[in-house]
Write a protein that binds this ligand. Structure first.
Ligand code: FES
Length: 119
């Protein structure tokens, strides 16, 4: 168990390791993200949390970036490294964006699975 001092953190990446995302290399994605953060010397800038299912299994492996509010689909270990580099530059991995947050969670693209409508 650890308690980090998160002062100065600029981005929080939530890396899904629910069962569907694990089947789609979720653990390797988490490792790749950690490796790239270390390679870039960005440990104090990007915080990571491995999560359970985020409810977008058809998009596995899912990674969510806050405070940007960007939901990514089909992240692989390779694209995970690119994602870290993009976020450090204040950019996004546009081709894998499914949702963005702009006061409301909105569909940014038609790239992700449509999913079931909530009641
Ligand atoms: S297991 Fe990752 S979104 Fe469901």
């Amino acid at each position: 168990m650890t308690t980090w001092n998160l002062q100065g953190t600029v981005s929080h990446l939530l890396i899904c390791n629910g069962s569907s995302c694990k089947k789609n290399k979720g653990e390797e994605v988490a490792e790749a993200i950690e490796d790239e953060i270390e390679k870039q010397g960005a440990q104090s800038l990007i915080h990571t949390t491995v999560t359970r299912c985020n409810g977008r299994c058809d998009d596995a492996c899912v990674v969510i970036a806050y405070p940007e509010g960007v939901w990514y689909k089909e992240i692989t270990p390779k694209s995970a490294k690119a994602l870290v580099r993009k976020h450090l530059q204040g950019e996004r991995l546009e081709e894998q964006v499914v949702y963005t947050y702009d006061e409301k969670l909105i569909a940014a693209t038609e790239r992700g699975a449509k999913g079931k409508k909530k009641k």
